[in-house]
Write a protein that binds this ligand. Structure first.
Ligand code: SAH
Length: 350
């Protein structure tokens, strides 16, 4: 029997419990407990003691432990480093916006994509997270912080579309009315541009926001900082984005990390404007977060503003992302990396 009870949707859980001779309403009671962040079956006080005992013998409930918690003095952003049941660590960030509290979750331990500016990919991909491990990040961030979460972004460690099936199962869990009931419109998923998976996601026709990490408007530049571009070049990616918009009706948001002297010049802005012309797009300009291991540096404020104005002049809406939590290593994979560099490996036996 599958021991990962928290990754099951209500239908699977109902079926599994029916096999144990339990009625349907029990499955719903258990599902509710799980989605409230119960740490043990013993907390499920409306179940009989023998049933709780049986559940704990049959299934694993392995809530993550907080290894580090950092709270930004500047803006209240909270960053968690969690240790998973196998000893691996991932990060979650909680950001407080006017429109609600947003958690940024990790989808994998490490990342295989190799982007030159990103700390998450430095040690490669270790493994993919289960739906339960993604759900736990939301549940336990909410419980620990006492702040109700209304929005989720899949922009932490990992490439969500590289862990497609588990991510989709996770989305359905958080979206379920008996669970956290977070609407798809309150969820964003960010990808470096795995084209076949974008095409597949379009067919799911979800109302979530797709963010595409573009970072450069031409193949030469993009391939030099994002190896994924060699497999799925800019033209192919843009065609998939157009098709995604046509199928789902959802406007795509493009992430653009501004790297000094690399992708922030007026010429590149012109090229980007031309590329996005006619596409219902929104550009998020993010000054690069400094990663110790990388020679790449953030653009100057003036360069970011000039770039934004040039895009706007061509009718492309672009916002400069407010950087939250920069005093707490809040950018992608930085905290996990730092912890490992301190000689405290996030994996047992390393
Ligand atoms: N793998 C997915 C999601 C995780 S990264 C993706 O590539 O979209 C979330 C966003 O942070 C991506 O846009 C990524 O390119 C960006 N990012 C990574 N490292 C960064 C850094 N040092 N500074 C600014 N943005 C960074």
């Amino acid at each position: 029997m599958n021991r990962d009870i928290k990754s099951m949707d209500l239908a699977q859980l109902t079926q599994t419990l029916a096999e144990l001779g339990e009625p349907k309403f029990r499955a719903k009671q258990i599902y509710t407990w799980l989605h409230r962040g119960a740490r043990t079956f013993d907390e499920m006080t409306n179940l009989s003691k023998p049933l709780r005992q049986r559940l704990s013998e049959t299934f694993d409930l392995t809530p993550p432990e907080v290894v580090r918690k950092q709270v930004s003095r500047a803006d209240g952003t909270v960053k968690y480093l969690w240790r998973l049941s196998d000893g691996n660590c991932v990060e979650t960030v909680l950001m407080q916006y006017h429109h609600g509290n947003t958690v940024c979750i990790s989808s994998e331990v490490g990342c295989a994509m190799g982007c030159a500016f990103c700390a998450s990919t430095l040690g490669g991909l270790v493994r993919r997270l289960t739906p339960a491990e993604m759900l736990d990040q939301v549940l336990f961030t909410q419980l620990d912080s006492g702040l109700p979460v209304s929005n989720i972004v899949l922009m932490g460690i990992g490439e969500p579309l590289d862990n497609y099936d588990n991510v989709l199962r996770f989305l359905r869990l958080v979206n379920s009315p008996e669970g956290l009931n977070i609407g798809m419109r309150h969820i964003s998923l960010s990808t470096c541009g795995l084209v076949p998976r974008i095409e597949r996601l379009a067919q799911e026709n979800l109302q979530l926001t797709l963010s595409v990490s573009l970072h450069a408007p031409n193949n030469k530049l993009r391939s030099s900082i994002m190896p994924v571009n060699k497999a799925y070049p800019v033209e192919t990616l843009m065609a998939a984005c157009r098709q995604y918009f046509e199928t789902t009706g959802r406007r795509i948001s493009f992430e653009y990390a501004m790297i000094r002297g690399v992708n922030d010049t007026p010429e590149v802005a012109e090229e980007l404007a031309a590329l996005l012309q006619g596409l219902a797009a929104h550009v998020n300009l993010i000054p690069l977060n400094d990663v110790a291991e990388s020679p790449l540096k953030p653009s100057t404020r003036a360069a970011v503003e000039a770039f934004q104005q040039r895009l706007e002049r061509h009718g492309i809406t672009a916002t400069v992302r407010r950087t939250l939590g920069s005093d707490i290593d809040a950018s992608c994979g930085q905290l996990r990396r730092k912890y490992e560099k301190e000689g405290r490996p996030c994996r047992h036996g390393d």
